[in-house]
Design a protein around this ligand. Structure first.
Ligand code: NDP
Ligand code: PYR
Ligand code: MG
Length: 413
């Protein structure tokens, strides 16, 4: 662990500080090049855009650029550490956008006093980008912020910790339950956490067939129930009329545990109390709700996933956000709607059932990956993800009427 710490610090410091840079896409060597790129030539696209605003997509990088924007109030599971501490994560998201979907991305860390300040700041700069990826903004403010920005911005606004996490969780969960021979309609579900990721994950699982009354959600004060008087409007939607109060009360006989809370809250004893063939998604980053080796030491019928790259079954929004934005940008969707999210879930799910190319095995350091308990969801390095997911998303955008462009010919073929 000490080695990982130093290696991670060195990785970020060397060879130059940070993880991303800006590169030129056009010649800028000669005086003539500069007379095109800058003065006087740059005046021509200025005039064109002033006359026809859509020309900004033709003459600038807007259409292939996503801003990753945070206020640093819920940095992974590390908490509210402020905008500057969030910068490595935001640069990381920008790296992933470029690496996996060839989307240019820039991180923006916003210092603000009120939620309205934050909304105004983002709304006022949103037109510079093809889309806005909100990241690591804590609940309940994140819900107000996303709703206001969707209303005010012409480009898609997507809170990754809500919807990216929910999409990947739903894809992994439906596959895991299939492998365990269970139907989500009958599953007793425990959700640890009641914030951005938790609320969105449970809402999407309900759209996929889970029963709201069979979900028990917990926050730092325990089970969310109807007699609590400290619930915000988002938690209240998950209040059960129940006498159960603690994790021990609700984990007894549960089929599913979804952790989007904090480290080490699920014990070996809790895992033993779950129903036969349970599914545990311990998704808190960097430290999961339970370590896979501990969960697996208690019983051999469990499927376990984490948010990390160094264990099997990585349930992490990296499997969604680069590709959902790729599809949305390519048909110039003005929003990311439920049809696009469901298309994304299905495309991710289906890919896990196909044979895995050697390059993915090599990058994962394993000899074989076959759909089953240790491979419920594709690996982020699977280069087929971009084509499959982006295409499904773009088609859903076109079919649901939110795309400004037609489906490109031979898209992603
Ligand atoms: N794998 C993935 O792809 C993703 C994982 N996550 C992880 O999910 C977690 C939450 O993120 P996010 O929803 O954005 O943050 P929020 O701040 O919006 O929500 C955090 C929630 O977790 C609850 N919580 C925190 N600690 C505990 C605890 N010890 N026991 C019970 N509940 C607890 C909080 O309770 P209260 O309301 O009482 O404060 C709150 O409801 C983080 O660890 C993050 O890394 C998030 C997004 C993606
Ligand atoms: C993965 C991620 O977005 C998070 O843990 O916040
Ligand atoms: Mg996040």
């Amino acid at each position: 662990m000490a080695d990982l710490r130093q290696e991670a610090l060195d990785y970020h410091a060397l060879p130059t500080p940070g993880k991303i840079s800006v590169e030129l896409t056009t010649a800028a060597e000669t005086s003539y090049d500069l007379s095109l790129a800058y003065s006087p030539g740059v005046a021509e696209p200025v005039r064109a855009i002033a006359e026809n605003p859509d020309d900004v997509y033709k003459y600038t990088g807007k259409g292939n650029t996503v801003a990753v924007i945070t206020n640093g109030t819920a940095i992974l599971g590390l908490g509210n550490l402020g905008p500057m501490a969030a910068k490595p994560v935001m640069e990381g998201k920008a790296l992933l956008f470029k690496r996996f979907a060839d989307i240019n991305s820039i991180d923006i860390e916003v210092k603000h006093k009120t939620v309205e300040d934050f909304i105004d700041t983002v709304a006022n700069i949103a037109d510079s980008f093809g889309g806005i990826n909100l990241e690591d903004i804590k609940a309940p403010e994140c819900f107000v912020i996303e709703k206001a920005l969707i209303e005010r911005c012409k480009v898609p606004v997507f809170h990754d910790d809500q919807h990216g996490t929910a999409i990947v969780t739903a894809a992994g969960m439906l596959n895991a339950l299939d492998i365990q021979g269970k139907n989500i309609k009958h599953a007793d579900i425990v959700c640890m956490g009641a914030g951005a990721a938790a609320i969105a994950c449970m809402e999407l699982l309900i759209k996929c067939g889970a029963q709201r009354e069979k979900i028990y959600m917990l926050d730092t004060k325990g089970v969310i129930h109807t007699r609590r008087d400290d619930l915000n409007e988002y938690k209240r939607l998950f209040a059960n009329n129940t006498d159960k109060r603690t994790l021990e009360d609700v984990i007894d006989g549960a089929d599913v545990f979804v952790g989007v809370s904090g480290p080490n809250v699920l014990s070996a004893e809790h895992v033993k109390m779950m129903a036969p063939k349970p599914v545990i998604f311990a998704c808190s980053n960097p430290d999961p709700e339970i370590k896979p080796e501990l969960a697996l030491s208690t019983r051999d019928d469990v499927i376990i996933a984490t948010g990390r790259s160094d264990y099997p079954n990585q349930v992490n929004n990296v499997l969604c956000f680069p590709f959902i934005f790729r599809g949305a940008l390519d048909v110039r969707a003005r929003t990311i709607n439920d049809q696009m999210k469901v298309a994304c879930v299905n495309a991710i799910r289906e890919l896990a059932k196909e044979p895995v190319p050697k390059e993915v095995l090599d990058a994962s350091g394993v000899d074989s990956l076959v759909f089953g308990k240790e491979y419920i969801i594709p690996k982020p390095m699977d280069s087929r993800l971009c084509g499959r997911v982006a295409k499904a998303v773009a088609m859903a955008a076109v079919e649901s009427g939110v795309a400004a462009l037609e489906m490109p010919e031979n898209y992603m073929e």
